[in-house]
Design a protein around this ligand. Structure first.
Ligand SMILES: [Zn+2]
Length: 436
């Protein structure tokens, strides 16, 4: 497999060189927010912290965490107390779809925007996208960073982008064929829906589809889902695959990490974001290989930089050098869940990814939905599955029930429902419903 780089010198630098760069940038960033950010300036002074306290990367732990609550209380609108530049220097705002009423913001100066586009270009190239590729971008365009984030960056690498956004899925599939699209970026749920339609329509993917790479992101997905997307769209046969992109509104949007052609978790771009993985309960650092919550500090950001921001995403860090040569950039073995999305059921913690892994292991299952009803006593845990009409499902139900008991230590009710009766998703999915 051919490995290509966007910024060869940085991407192939040894860890020591990147750490040196990180420390230089961290010192500058702490100094910057100390003087420019009303929020951090006040907080650091209250705690007796000073920029001169940073002498090593580990010294960042002297500084307090920043939380989503801090952003909601002090960062809205126009970045509130987090804004470090005159308001007029902000060229755009993105917002996350907060459920609590106050959105989380991401603000960009002209330079922040260029930095972002450059990072996404790095992601595209890391995923194996080349000049001349035709990218069908099916992330939603708007306040969500996905659509616009993967749009302009495509120009930088010399690719063509079709800003489909979401919807009109049959017409979208026709365009994939007519335009000979080679790359598709969008949520894994929408890619999965498209792939299942392509399969259902009996399209000859080897002959009629040119898709080689897909770039799923913005929500949790699993190896089982990857296998299906790759198989149903014929990506492996063309030397490509489905490769995870990582991001969040608070970081910069998509572009903070990207899975390379070896598909072993996404490389996190630590030259831009200092990464810590902590135990969400004790807030102490965990070792690579152990599960923990991602915490990041902006190293390059003008408008609204964040220090030790608790992302809430749970992952496992793999610090073994990757065959692609990006040896300084550790890989995150997928985001398994957001802390908020973990289901607490009868004293057991269940991640939505564990449910997906368990269910989609059975190729007969086309779609599923989980309903946890905590308004009832005892709680209800119902797993609804769709299987083809002709399929005799009693053995499958039995096997699935055993898997849930053995792997997740719960005994759900399993209901087999009519094919096509469960929702399909054109953006982020909602397969797990918790009633409280
Ligand atoms: Zn790699």
């Amino acid at each position: 497999m051919e490995v290509r780089y966007w910024e060869t010198q940085i991407e192939t630098a040894p860890r020591k060189a990147i750490e040196k760069l990180q420390l230089k940038r961290l010192k500058h960033m702490i100094e910057y927010v100390y003087w420019k950010s009303p929020f951090y300036g006040r907080k650091f002074r209250e705690l007796g912290l000073h920029p001169s306290d940073i002498n090593s990367l580990g010294d960042v732990r002297k500084f307090p965490f920043t939380t989503k609550d801090d952003l909601r209380k002090h960062g809205y609108p126009h970045g509130g107390e987090f804004l470090c530049v005159p308001r007029e220097e902000v060229v755009c705002w993105h917002m996350s779809s907060g459920t609590t009423g106050v959105p989380i913001l991401g603000g960009y100066t002209r330079q922040d925007y260029d930095t972002w586009m450059n990072l996404v270009a790095r992601c595209y190239v890391t995923a194996g996208v080349k000049p001349g590729d035709i990218i069908m971008n099916i992330y939603g365009y708007g306040l969500f960073t996905g659509g616009l984030g993967l749009h302009e960056s495509a120009f930088l690498i010399g690719a063509t982008v079709i800003p489909w956004s979401t919807g009109r899925t049959q017409a979208l599939i026709k365009s994939l064929i007519d335009f000979k699209a080679t790359v598709m970026s969008g949520t894994p749920s929408y890619q999965y829906y498209i792939a299942s339609l392509v399969k259902e329509m009996g399209i000859d993917v080897e002959r009629d589809l040119n898709l080689r790479i897909t770039i799923p992101g913005a929500e949790m997905w699993t190896e089982e889902m990857r296998r299906r997307i790759e198989e149903w769209l014929g990506l492996k046969a063309k030397g490509g695959g489905a490769r995870d992109i990582y991001g969040a509104t608070e970081l910069c949007g998509p572009g903070a990490g990207q899975e390379c052609i070896y598909e072993k978790g996404f490389h996190f771009w630590i030259d831009h974001f200092l990464l810590e993985i902590i135990d969400p309960k004790t807030s102490e650092p965990v070792e690579p290989g152990e599960e923990g919550e991602m915490v990041f500090t902006h190293l390059v950001k003008e408008a609204t930089p964040l220090i030790r921001y608790r992302l809430g995403d749970i992952t496992i860090l793999d610090d073994e050098p990757c065959e692609c040569g990006r040896i300084a950039f550790p890989r995150c073995l997928r985001v398994r869940a957001r802390v908020d999305d973990v289901i607490h059921f009868k004293g057991i913690k269940i991640m939505p990814s564990m449910i997906q892994e368990t269910i989609l292991r059975y190729k007969e299952v086309l779609e599923y939905q989980v309903v946890v009803d905590k308004t009832k006593l005892p709680y209800d845990f119902v797993v609804k599955i769709e299987v083809p009409k002709v399929y005799e499902s009693s053995l499958l139900v039995e096997k699935l029930l055993n898997d849930f008991k053995n792997n997740l230590f719960i005994e759900p009710k399993i209901e087999v429902v009519e094919p096509g009766s469960l929702p399909r998703f054109e953006g982020k999915s909602k397969r797990v419903i918790v009633k409280e």
